[in-house]
Ligand binder design. Structure first.
Ligand SMILES: NC(=O)c1ccc[n+]([C@@H]2O[C@H](COP(=O)([O-])OP(=O)(O)OC[C@H]3O[C@@H](n4cnc5c(N)ncnc54)[C@H](OP(=O)(O)O)[C@@H]3O)[C@@H](O)[C@H]2O)c1
Length: 290
């Protein structure tokens, strides 16, 4: 039996995994988040994994405040790098499996072709740098682990761009949204089912048999402006969205101008089909409205 620990289980991705867990009757899930289980506390973590006979972890725990990370590198590094190293070390003791989630922000965004897993990383902010350190903790270990990089995550749970736009769209007549940052929105529900499908198809085999890094987002390409327009349309909101440039919306953290991910590897290796971003957005907004 796979005893699967979901760390950071109250976040967007963790909550989506919770929602679909009942469809996977072969798995025994254990959902934990702060303050009950802190991935930064190695002793607590090791005890929990050993005593709970945990043999698999999907790490949904992270410090995801991209701008705040610029002012408080220590907390970002603690959770995104040291916390991940702790998970790896604890899993080494029980020969366990790990799916770790990383980000498109490990790339600098200077490309104009969708990023492949083998492309050079060069994060331009603290969040991306500390997430890269977390990746390295996984990549340098000998456990059966994969890193899935994803982008522009949203969900009906937690705080995210979709929920912010729906809220602002109710009250504002007009809104400026950046059109010179291009990527792909990802419904956390689609990533949740991908993680569980990967574990299902590799119950007896290694999940890392064809390399350790994978890219996953929804299909297609959008700017934040395109994303906002689609949210207003699907949310039946009259708010007019105006395209603005990054320079006109200053933030503490720099973000890549282009971070579209190439998903060929994950689709081929695990036989996964990925929905178009607008179809998944429609499903999420339908859920939020009903
Ligand atoms: N959100 C995005 O746009 C995005 C884009 C690309 C990649 N990702 C990656 O995707 C993954 C899932 O993201 P998400 O949006 O689901 O994140 P999220 O909603 O911010 O959830 C993260 C969860 O981890 C918890 N956490 C923080 N520190 C912890 C610790 N020391 N020990 C245990 N749990 C801790 C958080 O608790 P608190 O809320 O109490 O801090 C929160 O419940 C992350 O690895 C993230 O880096 C996200």
């Amino acid at each position: 039996m796979m005893n699967i620990l979901i760390t950071g289980s109250n976040g967007q991705l963790g909550s989506e995994i919770k929602d679909i867990a009942n469809n996977y009757t072969d798995f025994n899930f254990i959902f934990k988040d702060l303050p009950d289980l802190d991935i930064c506390n190695y002793n607590e973590l090791e005890r929990f994994i050993t005593e709970g006979k945990i043999n698999t972890i999907i790490n949904c725990a992270a410090y995801t405040a991209v701008d705040k990370a610029e002012e408080d590198k220590e907390i970002s590094q603690k959770v995104n790098a040291t916390g991940v190293l702790n998970l790896v070390k604890a899993l080494e003791k029980v020969n366990g499996k790990l799916i770790h989630i990383s980000t498109d922000y490990v790339f600098n965004g200077n490309s104009f072709l969708p990023y492949q897993e083998s492309d050079i990383v060069s994060p331009i902010g603290v969040y991306g740098q500390t997430k890269r350190e977390g990746e390295l903790a996984v990549l340098n270990s000998s456990i059966d682990a994969i890193v899935i990089r994803t982008s522009w995550l949203y969900s009906s749970y937690g705080n995210n761009f979709v929920k912010t736009m729906l809220r602002l769209g109710e009250t504002k007549e007009e809104l400026g949204v950046i059109f010179d940052q291009v990527g792909t929105p990802t419904y956390a529900k689609d990533l949740a089912s991908t993680c569980l499908e990967i574990l299902s198809c590799c119950k007896e085999n290694n999940i890392n048999s064809n390399g350790k890094v994978y890219h996953f987002s929804n299909e297609g390409v959008a700017s934040w402006y395109d994303f906002a327009i689609a949210i207003m349309a699907l949310g039946n909101l009259d708010c007019k969205v105006k395209p603005i440039e990054t320079k006109d919306y200053p933030t503490l953290a720099k973000r890549p101008h282009f971070s579209v991910l190439n998903k060929s590897k994950i689709k081929n290796d695990f036989n996964i089909s990925i929905p178009f971003w607008k179809d998944s957005l429609e499903a999420c907004i339908f859920k939020l409205k009903n």
